[in-house]
Design a protein around this ligand. Structure first.
Ligand code: SAJ
Length: 413
């Protein structure tokens, strides 16, 4: 079977960049491709353009060793990995245009014997569509959907499953699902991931691998929705939801997750919609969970608004903007939604604190909001709205908090 010495990774985001660095660290030559010139330049200086623990050290090493280089266009390689975003469009329909664009970009440099892997979370059937997009562009090569096991090019779906904040550990240690368009496709992909993967590798077909990834994130979304729904019911019934969950979880078969301000990030808040879009009639539970989680920011806004109405000059410290603790990622963040809605409703003066970013996102900056330092904001405000349980927020001085109204959406204080 083929040995891999050169890999071309399409998309230098939260998955593509760490994966590239780990391949390079394990002795492969890696070309990392991104459409953003600033990202390419930064990577080539050995500096990640995203925040992920320990990635800076590893990236500097592999770039200095000449093992990883970033570029704006793909280059010939033994294997190609597509790690581009799959957002949704209006009506929650999945948008696979970035995958299609990446496929069309690699098509000219594909050669017989190459392996193409789709890592992006994808709606069911995308791996097969990828095979067709490539075949459209390269009539001189054969692809699995046409030639089965005899194809010139092998194609597989290997969904990423790493947890932001722990990517470098999880990418190596987690089990992987590999869904080949044919068995040989899956075997070729196994050989590639064995370069660094220490977890078990489970082979299946591409459709099952696509659905497994979506099901994992929908499972988590449904369970968080349960916690969020409980938190809203408990608020009305004047029950401390954190104490309630702690007690209920003492039951040996109960494990309720943590309520929060809503569900953010580019995965759990997006992927369940791909299942709903594929079969809207049979997915009422998955859809409702999404709706419950999407309603949670509005619930938090109402709560703050009611507190603010009791004060003459409400000054609200909004603590945290990222979608979860100790990351810089603001994508789909409920905290950003909440701050924007509070600003638009002119609920009071807002002091925004987010130690992991240097500038506010445009939608908030446009509303005249500014970034504040944690100590100054918590001292000046009369309402403390904890939106993210960043480690640096947990050691708050209780003398500062004691005379203020506290809305702790994470149960951290
Ligand atoms: N959250 C809660 N309560 C909880 C757990 C999470 O409100 O008890 C919120 C978080 O604050 C955050 C969101 O949910 O806003 C998602 O956070 P997360 O840490 O649960 O997951 P992600 O989005 O960072 O990563 C998920 C992971 N999927 C699963 O755990 C099933 C990860 O393994 C996937 O690789 C990733 O999605 C992905 O890329 O799909």
């Amino acid at each position: 079977m083929t040995r891999f010495s050169r890999v071309c990774v399409m998309g230098m985001g939260y998955i593509g960049l760490p994966t590239s660095a780990v391949f390079a660290d394990n002795g492969l030559d890696v070309v990392g491709v991104d459409v953003k010139p600033a990202a390419v330049e930064s990577i080539n200086r050995g500096q990640p353009h995203i925040v992920e623990p320990e990635l800076d050290v590893l990236l500097r090493q592999v770039v200095q060793a000449g093992r990883l280089r970033a570029a704006l266009t793909p280059e010939a390689a033994d294997a190609f990995i597509l790690a581009v975003p799959t957002p949704f469009m209006a009506g929650h329909e999945p948008d696979t245009s970035h995958i299609e664009a990446a496929a069309r970009a690699i098509a000219p440099v594909l050669a017989r014997g190459n392996l193409v892997i789709l890592e992006s979370t994808s709606p069911i059937g995308t791996t097969e569509r990828l095979s067709r997009w490539l075949a459209d562009a390269r009539a001189d090569l054969t692809f699995p959907h046409q030639a089965g096991e005899l194809s010139d090019i092998r194609i597989a779906h290997c969904p990423e499953r790493v947890l932001p904040g722990h990517i470098l550990r999880e990418v190596v240690e987690n089990d992987r699902i590999i869904g080949g368009l044919t068995r040989k496709c899956a075997q070729a992909a196994t050989l590639l991931y064995r370069v660094f993967a220490k977890g078990q590798i489970h082979l299946t077909n591409a459709r099952t691998a696509e659905m497994a990834k979506l099901a994992e994130n929908a499972f988590r979304d449904v369970n968080i929705a349960f916690a969020n729904e409980l938190s809203m019911i408990c608020d009305k019934l004047r029950i401390n939801v954190w104490e309630l969950i702690r007690l209920a979880n003492m039951h040996p078969r109960v494990d309720i997750l943590r309520p929060g301000p809503g569900v953010g990030g580019h995965c759990i808040a997006v992927d369940p919609w791909f299942i709903v879009a594929a079969d809207p009639e049979r997915s009422p539970l998955i859809r409702t969970a999404r709706e419950v989680n999407e309603a949670k920011p509005g619930f938090v806004v109402d709560k703050v608004r009611r507190h603010a109405a009791t004060l003459k000059q409400p000054v609200i410290a909004c603590l945290g903007l990222s979608y979860k603790a100790d990351v810089d990622d603001l994508r789909e963040s409920p905290a950003v939604t909440i701050v924007e809605e509070l600003a638009r409703a002119e609920v009071g003066e807002l002091l925004v604190v987010e130690p992991h970013v240097n500038a506010l996102p445009e939608n908030l900056a446009k509303l005249g909001l500014k970034l504040w330092d944690f100590d100054r904001a918590t001292e000046r405000a009369n309402i403390l709205l904890l939106l993210v349980d960043h480690a640096s927020f947990l050691t708050v001085d209780h003398d500062v908090v004691k005379d203020k109204i506290v809305v702790d959406t994470r149960g951290a204080w």
